[in-house]
Design a protein around this ligand. Sequence first.
Ligand code: NOJ
Length: 513
Amino acid sequence: MPNWLKNAVFYEIYPQTFKDTNGDGIGDLNGIIEKLDYVKDLGCNALWINPCFDSPFKDAGYDVRDYKKVAPRYGTNEDLYSLFDEAHARGIHVLLDLVPGHTSEEHEWFIESKKAEKNEYSNRYVWTGSWIQGIAGHPYIGGEADRDGCYMLNFFKCQPALNYGFLNRTENWQLPPDHPDCIATREALKDVMRFWLDRGCDGFRVDMADSLVKEDDENKSATGRIWKNIREMLDRDYPEAAIISEWSNPEQSLKNGFHADFYLDHQGNGYNTLLRDYETDGGDHSYFKKDGKGDIMRFLHDYLPKYNATRDDGYISFITCNHDTPRPGRTLDINELKLAYAMILTLPGVPFIYYGDEIGMRYLDIPTKEGGYTRTGSRTPMQWDSSRNYGFSDADTDSLYLPQDTSEDAPTVEAQLKDSDSLLNEVKALTALRHKYPDLQADGSFEVVYAADERFPFVFRRGKLLIAVNPSAEKASAGITATGEIVHQIGEVSLNGEELIMKPQSFAVVESE
Ligand code: NOJ
């Protein structure tokens, strides 16, 4: 386990829309470098940068054309090496985004693989044995290649599936995972990882990490073996490198080599009930809505078994949001966001703040861009200050990568830095608290002290710290006696002699003597 992860607070940067330094309306690596002091000041000591590699951008860069080349629109490889250096000089680690399950249809491996003549890359992707033979249960394309066969897709039409083999084979064109050509795919992936690790990268967020071996068993054991093999390489050659999976199944991912796994917003799971439980019946039952229709038990029933089963293997990563998820500011107001972030930043594991969430940037209802569809509204340019384009870019407003929030009260970093009561300053206070107390960090213990069906508050203990949150608009008390000093609070909280009384929308961290 890389030591630095224990105290990591990540900041996810969508490179398209963070900071443009060359006036072309799209963010770039030099823009990220320019804002590293901001990231550090926010209390984040690690970055995840979404794919910044050469790509036709039919899925915003998750369709990689060249894994080893920075997309010209973001800069050069040298700019990325400088970013690593500049980040490290500030104590910030940098994860790149690794896409192991598919490439762009324009990747040179795929161009070779499509050829009629057999070559080194013929089995790099999943192909059937004939143009007329499709693939049951998977999306596939026929009629596009000289080669006599159809190929499997891993996501969009532009993303052919890389071939790591089939565990349960039913067709003769399906290779076993230990076939030399499937091993070659794994080794090619390791080569990409080594390329960036050798140049200063600190690890990877891994896209669709569970999608490698097809017709895998329900435990994903064959995909898991690939990750274990990769982890062996890291432990041996890059012990400080971290891999964090987009899997959202810590029992599988953390036992197969990942250091951390994202707890993603999947309808009905525990994380979803906290911030975005608003799609089921039209009502909003999110725990952090102040109208009090949420229920912490729905979160705990899902989270606790996962946490208990994996606490010795690695970390669960809570996120404020990501580039695939509606921003929490879509439905939560500033006070609600403060309380939600307070909990996310005091739970165990490795937390992630999505750029712009720290100021409550809104989800915008805008047309799709580069395969974003409904995700596009969470990817708009960062709002830095009150200058043109909110300081994101000098380009004409019409030529920005995506439109920006034009509302009168659109939040900006500049305005919130001046306001001691702002969301941004609350996030800074919370990250500082997390850095101050090892009990609050990834490995610190976690124990539920008070949680009950449809009741507030929720109280948990992390080492010598007692943490209580009451997101509802009603006063709440759990009849808990707590002695000690309140070292952080939001809203009004009193220990009232010794009983912890939580006023509406409040949060407290109590340090016991
Ligand atoms: C998950 C990524 O987060 C998403 O943005 C992308 O479209 C798919 N994987 C396909 O790579």
